[in-house]
Design a protein around this ligand. Structure first.
Ligand code: ATP
Ligand code: MG
Length: 276
């Protein structure tokens, strides 16, 4: 049996049992956590992604920018299994072919995705939201009735600290500010310790101070894992001080530091000098 076949078998097993195995399957020996190669996605003949190739090194924080409709969200949809490409390859490390896995399987193998709209459980406390994320295999009420192990309790407190909500632990999620809700949702993803975190427009609607703290949070999360951030707020992108990929009409237009892409003639023409 090939490594890939055994990987697929493991991934098809019970989620709770398999999560430790997934970590072993993820082969990062080449230092690359995500391969997107020659990916094309068509909607009624329109190419939302057009022969797109992109590589994310293990532990890197990467920003993806591009005008409305450039294909940024579609790219995240492809990585997370929500949209299937017409052509191309998408690998998580060396052996895990993401195109062979379902959306829930991809979440379980360690790819966390944060959507723009926070979807925390407002009538529950911050702590309970994290508790639910930890025991996501059960119903809400069954989860809250099952006692946490010491280890799980410690893990929740560790995440509370990371997202800066230790003091709000017992507060209802519904009473949090917009920014705090976004951090809680990131925390709910961190509970299962994803190796790749995808974040789509995290600072939309945030105050300047919340935006600044979000930059600090995302920077602190990289290293141990890779983080891909899509954002329109250029000041925020600059503050992340990370490599930038510019998408245009479903392809990579430029890649480099923020200074490099802002000085790139093609980028100036189609994006930064244009509508934005
Ligand atoms: N399910 C779909 N059916 C048809 N067209 C779609 C679908 N999803 C996306 N598109 C189109 O594909 C293109 C890329 O959309 P996408 O949402 O990926 O852009 P984006 O870069 O995330 O833009 P924004 O910055 O506005 O969020 C757009 O023209 C969009 O209208
Ligand atoms: Mg989008």
């Amino acid at each position: 049996m090939s490594l890939l076949q055994s990987a697929r078998q493991l991934v098809r097993r019970d989620a709770a049992v398999a999560s430790a195995d997934y970590q072993r399957l993820l082969d990062l020996t080449k230092g690359v956590i995500l391969y997107v190669e020659g990916v094309t996605v068509s909607f009624d003949g329109f190419k939302a992604l057009n022969n797109l190739s992109l590589y994310i090194p293990d532990g890197q924080l990467r920003c993806i920018i591009g005008a409305n409709g450039a294909g940024k969200t579609t790219l995240m949809d492809v990585i997370t299994g929500k949209t299937r490409p017409d052509t191309g390859q998408v690998y998580f490390g060396q052996v895990i072919n993401l195109l062979e896995l379902s959306e829930p399987e991809i979440a379980e193998i360690g790819i966390g995705r944060k959507f723009q709209k926070p979807s925390v459980f407002e009538p529950l406390s911050v702590f309970q939201n994290l508790e639910l994320a930890m025991k996501a295999d059960k119903s809400v009420w069954a989860s809250l009735r099952t006692k946490l192990t010491g280890e799980q309790f410690d893990r929740i407190h560790q995440v509370l600290y990371t997202i800066g909500l230790t003091e709000q632990s017992e507060q209802l999620a519904g009473a949090l500010s917009h920014g705090q809700k976004q951090w809680l949702e990131i925390g709910m993803l961190l509970i299962s310790d994803p190796k790749l975190l995808l974040v789509d427009e995290p600072v939309a609607g945030m105050t300047a101070q919340e935006t600044e703290r979000t930059a600090e949070l995302l920077k602190s999360l990289a290293g141990e894992r890779s983080v891909v951030v899509v954002e329109h707020d250029m000041e925020f992108v600059r503050s992340l001080d990370a490599p930038v990929t510019v998408l245009h009409q479903g392809s990579v237009l430029a890649e480099g530091s923020m200074d490099e892409v802002q000085a790139n003639q093609a980028v100036i023409e189609v994006y930064l000098g244009g509508a934005e």
